[in-house]
Ligand binder design. Structure first.
Ligand SMILES: *Cc1c(COP(=O)(O)O)cnc(C)c1O
Length: 402
């Protein structure tokens, strides 16, 4: 903090939208001796994780656990279900959608985008219209992001499912839930998703390096006919080995210890309470931003993200310089700007093991940093957030007392 000091006081305020702060309990769960990954102790750990993760995706089918970041699970979802030259319908919600599309191209698929201005989520009607045009059913999959982390827009999965069904189209539904899983409601089975892609380092409060594919029966059937080359990502061997509590190769044992702890913690808090906390933190953040008089990238309240808020700075103010100043003075980091908002926005992450007090610290630091950076704001945004949180917690305290 102080420029003439080599010591940083206190904890870093990690407000990027993932990786998220690691709970001490997860860290401690990982701080254990390595065990034999072919031994009985391991199979107990594996079972806890493989059974437990199903309760997070809300599925009764197998969930594949990869030793890879989310990008690996993107690849897993595509190569296990599709064949070279398959048409894939994607929605250009932002930078992460663009990266997934680029991957699909590299893998020999033919992805096409429904364009957006990067300030909104998926429009189910647009998906339905595209599918209705595809009379020959050449589109084999619809792929989109539940939460677009580069812009802070959340898309309505059940609406898209309904749109696919209304068009009478057989395409698979592949959903990236990397920055929304375990932070907001998600129901793999009930919502009729064929492959859900998840990651460890966001809502699951783990270090980066683990990711997931939840699958449907339809996805498992598609897997049998899929012709894209796959080896490391192949589901079949993984599912067969997982059935007996093991992995086809050395698993990330310490990550599994962490995962078992994080699943336990999510259920102790209660998933619905986890979701309500994220909603509260997100609304508090938006109230602060609106009070400051700054613009939220997501322009339609229907699509507001519960896990991050992307904030546009007024013309002439460099968002990257602002982030550097905030880091320097207040030891806080925000998500960087991307693509068409390069240098124009910063993203406040409010997901994972983050509580009201941490968020208020972050919003107060942000207000101070905006002032120091000379960004014209109306002061009192942090107060507006505090008032909101107090009103929410006040009403639940009153309810509990009744
Ligand atoms: C973080 C993220 C990714 C990329 O995951 P990596 O772990 O960086 O490979 C993909 N999609 C979304 C929505 C994300 O938030």
């Amino acid at each position: 903090m102080a420029k003439n000091s080599s010591r940083t006081v206190g904890r870093h305020a990690l407000h990027i939208p993932g990786p998220t702060p690691l709970p001490d309990r997860v860290l401690r769960a990982m701080d254990t001796p390595i065990i034999d990954h072919r031994g009985p102790e391991f199979s107990k750990l594996a079972k806890r994780c493989l059974d437990g993760i199903k309760t997070i995706f809300k599925t009764s089918n197998p969930v594949i656990i990869y030793t890879a970041t989310g990008t690996g699970a993107w690849e897993g979802a595509l190569v296990n279900t599709l064949s070279p030259g398959d048409r894939v319908l994607m929605v250009e919600t932002g930078q992460f959608a663009a990266l997934w599309k680029k991957m699909a191209e590299k893998l020999g698929l033919k992805p096409e985008f429904i364009a957006t201005d990067w300030r909104t989520g998926v429009d189910a009607a647009a998906v339905e219209a595209k599918l209705r045009e595809d009379k020959k059913h050449e589109i084999k999959a619809v792929c989109f992001l539940h939460n677009e982390t580069s812009t802070g827009c959340l898309s309505p999965v059940p609406e898209v499912r309904k749109a696919i069904d209304a068009a009478g189209h057989p395409a698979l539904l592949l959903v990236d839930t990397i920055s929304s899983l375990a932070s907001t409601d998600y129901r793999h089975d009930e919502w009729g998703v064929d492959v859900t892609v998840g990651g460890a380092q966001k809502g699951l409060m783990l270090p980066p390096g683990m990711s997931f594919n939840a699958v449907s029966d339809k996805a498992l059937a598609a897997n049998k006919n899929s012709k894209l080359p796959k080896s490391f990502w192949a589901w079949d061997e993984m599912i067969a080995m997982n059935k007996i509590g093991f992995f086809p190769y050395t698993p990330a044992t310490q990550m599994l210890h962490g995962l078992a702890a994080s699943i336990e913690m999510l259920h102790e808090e209660g998933l619905d309470n986890v979701f309500a906390r994220h909603d509260r933190l997100a609304e508090a953040t938006r109230r602060a931003v609106k009070h400051w008089g700054l613009e939220i990238i997501c322009r339609d309240a229907k699509y507001y993200s519960p896990t991050l808020t992307a904030v546009l700075l007024p013309d002439g103010h460099d968002a990257d310089a602002f982030r550097a100043l905030a880091l320097d003075h207040f030891n806080i980091s925000y998500g960087a700007s991307f693509g068409r908002f390069q240098g124009k926005m910063f993203r406040i992450g409010h997901l994972g093991d983050t509580n009201d007090t941490m968020l208020m610290g972050a919003l107060a630091a942000t207000e101070m940093a905006l002032t120091l950076a000379g960004v014209p704001i109306k002061k009192g945004g942090a107060q507006a957030a505090m008032d909101y949180v107090a009103s929410q917690l006040g009403s639940s305290t009153r309810k509990a007392a009744e």
